[in-house]
Design a protein around this ligand. Structure first.
Ligand code: GDP
Ligand code: IMO
Ligand code: MG
Length: 469
């Protein structure tokens, strides 16, 4: 049986915490896409772990797998494993031989292209994610299996590196160094290959996981990023370069769609929105310079700015990977309806309701108003609409999304309470107004609530249902 954990919004919904919450019943935790652009937080026994590549199950001694859909930077992987060992853990991490390798020139090109793109820049994490997936699709990538095969590695590097060097030097007019030097790359990456072999870390991911499932073990599939930054279903081009949506869990591991589909798909929702990166955000409160399009602090509403700062500080909304302040906004229901359909959620974990505690009222973007002239455009004519002819789901182009005005629905706020006590007592101990809010989300998405996050720690979670019990 599999349990797939998927971010329902823009990343950082608290996926790491939910993997940890349900991790006890899992034997293996596998990542299926992304790389060290992820930053998943697990708070365990008072210790906080911020994991970029090592699957979150490592904190509970579960076998971790980086699936074929991942892009792996061996340098950051080993750094993370070594740092966890220094903290007393002994992570057992396997890496798919079919996974692609992030090389130093990918990181360099990520930075160069972001600079070049200007308004179209996604505000990437700079980890080389996009350029590595580009090379994968261009059939010029280096895979983990190649690091263990000296001839294959040299052949691949000799083909690709001169192209990358020419791109950096001739197209972008940048100087290049060791990151674009075949011999230096070969030596370093062969060493990584030797360590992967010595520590017996490489696997044929699909077979490895299927054998575990056949032996009646439980496999958790840990998504990174979130649905609205999925390359196919997100706010293109302000997206990541992989498929965080549940379909990615099958392609990115080698497990069949029927295997993943027979399991659970849990959508992780933050009770408001946070966004690290650029592009429109209809329910945004205030703004963040360098990320919010056309942001003018002088023209911003003081009340909204104050509210945004309050939520950002209460929620610790500063990037796990980059430390950047995150943009914040009210929950966006059209985004969530889109996510529920694209992923087929069987259950929801709704986090961070403690962060909103103490506000007089809490709002959500229930639907979008969309210029009538736009409504007949091909992309939106089939979209779900309310009785008032408002859009209930996200329009397919980001430009249309940017022109949507959220119609807000207001809920009465709830008090700040002893959340650990609430978690111990159970769902009914959650303040009534917060339950009204949660049930509205669950009803709109026609999906049951499995868990409610009332704080960062594992013991600050109200468990309603455990997926595979
Ligand atoms: P991920 O990328 O989806 O795993 O999420 P991140 O770790 O990037 O960001 C989530 C942050 O919120 C982390 O600092 C978590 O410890 C914290 N967190 C998770 N759930 C809750 C919750 O219910 N309440 C509060 N206050 N913090 C939470
Ligand atoms: P987790 O797994 C939030 C965003 C970046 C940028 C865009 C593309 O912790 O939820 P990339 O480096 O992937 O090419 O950047 O995607 N982004 C994330 N935002 N959480 C993440 O991961 C993210 N990973 C990438 O900010 O806008
Ligand atoms: Mg994160």
């Amino acid at each position: 049986m599999t349990v797939t954990i998927v971010g329902a919004q823009l990343g950082d919904e608290g996926k790491g915490g939910v993997v940890d919450l349900y991790g006890d019943t899992a034997d293996v935790v596998a990542r299926y896409q992304g790389g060290d652009n992820a930053g998943h937080t697990v708070v365990h026994d008072g210790e906080e772990y911020k994991l970029s590549l090592v699957p979150s199950g490592a904190v509970r001694d579960k076998v971790g797998v980086l699936g074929n859909g991942c892009v792996v930077n061996p340098e950051t992987l080993f750094e993370e494993i070594d740092a966890l060992r220094e903290r007393g853990l002994d992570p057992d991490v396997r890496v798919a031989e079919r996974a692609h390798v992030i090389l130093p020139y990918h990181r360099a090109l990520d930075g160069i292209e972001e600079e070049e793109k200007d308004d179209l820049a996604a505000g990437t994490t700079g980890r080389g994610i996009g350029p590595t997936y580009e090379d994968k699709a261009g059939r010029r990538g280096v895979r983990i299996g190649d690091l263990l095969d000296p001839d294959a590695l040299r052949e691949r590097l000799e083909y690709v590196v001169p192209q990358k060097k020419a791109l950096a030097e001739k197209v972008f007019e940048k100087e290049t160094g060791e990151a674009f030097d075949i011999d230096a790359l070969y030596d370093t990456y062969r060493e990584f290959g030797e360590r992967l072999a010595e520590e017996n870390m490489t696997v044929d991911c699909g077979s490895f996981l299927q054998e575990r499932i056949d032996a009646d073990e439980s496999v958790m599939l840990e998504g990174a990023q979130g649905t609205s930054i999925d390359i196919d279903h997100g706010i293109y081009p302000y997206v990541t370069s992989s498929n965080p949506t549940a379909g990615g869990a099958t392609v990115g591991t080698g497990l069949g769609p029927t295997v993943v589909g027979q399991g659970e798909v849990v959508g992780i929702i933050k009770a408001y929105l946070s966004r690290v990166g650029t592009g429109p955000l209809p329910t945004e409160l205030g703004g963040v310079e360098g990320q919010t399009p056309d942001y003018d602090p002088a023209g911003a509403s003081a009340d909204e700015e104050e509210l945004a700062t309050y939520i950002r500080d209460e929620g610790g909304e500063y990037g796990t990977v980059t430390g950047r302040p995150r943009r914040v906004g009210w929950l966006d229901m059209p985004m969530l309806r889109h996510a529920a359909r694209a992923n087929g959620f069987t259950g929801l974990a709704i986090n961070h309701i403690d962060v909103l505690a103490g506000l007089d009222e809490v709002k959500v973007g229930h639907s979008y108003e969309f210029d009538t002239a736009e409504q007949s455009s091909a992309g939106t004519q089939n979209a779900m609409r309310s009785d008032d002819d408002e859009l209930l789901t996200m329009p397919p182009t980001t430009e249309q999304w940017g022109r949507c005005e959220a119609t807000l629905k207001t809920f009465d706020g709830w008090a700040d309470v002893d959340w650990a006590a609430v978690a111990e007592e159970g769902y009914d101990a959650i303040p009534e107004n917060a339950r009204t809010y949660l049930e509205y989300v669950s009803d709109e998405l026609e999906t049951p609530i499995y868990a409610v996050g009332v704080g960062p720690g594992r013991e600050e979670t109200v468990i309603v249902e455990t997926p595979d019990e």
